[in-house]
Design a binder for this molecule. Structure first.
Ligand SMILES: Nc1ncnc2c1ncn2[C@@H]1O[C@H](COP(=O)(O)OP(=O)(O)OP(=O)(O)O)[C@@H](O)[C@H]1O
Length: 353
């Protein structure tokens, strides 16, 4: 559905050239929800704006629905852009127009009649759950309702691709969840291809099928969300993952120096990742039975689903003799789960607030 081939975008500024995108290659299939995650300045907005040619790439081609947008004239581009809707962090609604007129706006631009507009806008209002708000103005709506208007407007031209540029970054967690659910439903029901730009791994986890990690204008790694979450390879990806799990450890273990080598009276921390059926295995019970002299404590546990596959994460602490700890790790590694040694941490008995 979307093919980005060798996309380069360089901005020439008075202070020199900024290489925002350096040879990006990406393929997004029809009906996929594809996340692009990166830190501030990584090039996310530039990349998403290249997909609808709000930014013209310096070189490379952008192919959407089989058509190369980079070779089009302005009028061909205006036509092709009808297939591509976009929603924004700050909604970008017309403040002096009602909800109805905001959604009708792209249809008016396309020269549709009043009747045609009504036939489109009314079902869209229903789709986003705003039937009762048609005659209100954006200032009378909550953030989540404003984004619903943004979504309905983006879909008005029978859009095939929806671009979401930090679409939930201005919303509270509960509203974010509802908007992500709405996008998922629309994706399923309308077979819409969705590109999601975000700096939050949680959004990727809750919404996307695939993800590309953008770092300084290049794709550091990409794959299915399950692959990337269960086996992140690049340091930047691991950094994003650690933000998700930064509060995993109890306070007494946080901020302590992590030693790679055994130290006496310290706790060995292990991160265990269970995927699929292995999430149901009584791994810890087995470990306690096998190593009764070890002190085994569960410091963090979380079970969720990614793309309908069970995904469990756990941090355990092992206290005991070095050779027994090593045997326990070996025994865990022989099982159907991923074992990551965090290191030895001295528990802070007098944790400060
Ligand atoms: N119009 C522009 N002129 C000059 N430089 C630009 C322009 N737009 C973006 N840049 C630069 O290109 C790089 C990528 O910016 P971009 O906005 O795409 O990143 P981003 O990942 O979306 O960041 P953020 O999350 O902060 O918006 C940055 O160094 C930015 O300063």
């Amino acid at each position: 559905m979307i093919k980005l081939k060798n996309i380069v975008k360089t901005y020439d500024t008075p202070n020199g050239s900024v290489h925002a995108l350096k040879d990006i290659n990406l393929e997004i299939k029809r009906g996929e929800i594809y996340g692009i995650i990166g830190l501030s300045g990584a090039g996310k907005s530039t990349l998403v704006r290249c997909i609808n040619m709000l930014e013209r790439p310096t070189s490379g081609s952008v192919i959407v629905n089989g058509k190369d947008l980079t070779t089009m004239t302005e009028s061909q581009l205006r036509e092709a852009r009808k297939d591509i809707g976009m929603i924004f962090q700050h909604f970008n609604l017309l403040s002096t127009s009602t909800v109805y007129d905001n959604i009708a706006f792209p249809l008016k631009l396309a020269g549709k009649s009043k009747e045609e507009i009504k036939a489109k806008v009314e079902p869209l209002l229903k789709l986003v759950g705003l039937e009762n708000k048609a005659h209100q103005y954006p200032s009378q709506l909550s953030g989540g309702q404003k984004q619903r208007v943004g979504i309905a407007r983006a879909l008005a031209n029978d859009t095939k691709v929806l671009l979401c540029d930090e679409a939930t970054s201005a919303l509270d967690p509960q509203t974010t969840k509802a908007i992500l659910e709405l996008i998922r439903d629309i994706n399923k029901n309308l077979q819409l291809t969705v590109v999601v730009i975000t700096h939050e791994m949680q959004v990727i986890k809750d919404l996307c099928d695939k993800v590309a990690v953008l770092d300084h204008g290049v794709i550091a790694e990409n794959g299915t969300v399950l692959e990337i979450f269960t086996n992140p390879k690049e340091p930047i990806t691991k950094e994003f993952m650690s933000v998700l799990s930064s509060n995993e450890l109890p306070a007494a273990y946080r901020n302590g120096k992590v030693h790679k080598e055994y130290i006496k009276d310290a706790t060995m921390l292990l991160r265990l990742t269970f995927i699929g059926e292995s999430a149901d295995n009584p791994v810890i019970a087995g470990l306690i039975r096998k190593f009764p002299e070890l002190d085994i404590s569960i410091l963090f546990g979380d079970l969720s689903q990614i793309q309908m596959v069970q995904f469990g994460r756990m941090i355990i602490g092992l206290d005991g003799k070095e050779d027994q700890i090593k045997d326990a790790i070996k025994s865990l590694m022989e099982q159907d789960l991923k074992v990551e040694v965090i290191g030895y941490v001295q528990r802070r008995t007098h944790a400060t607030a």
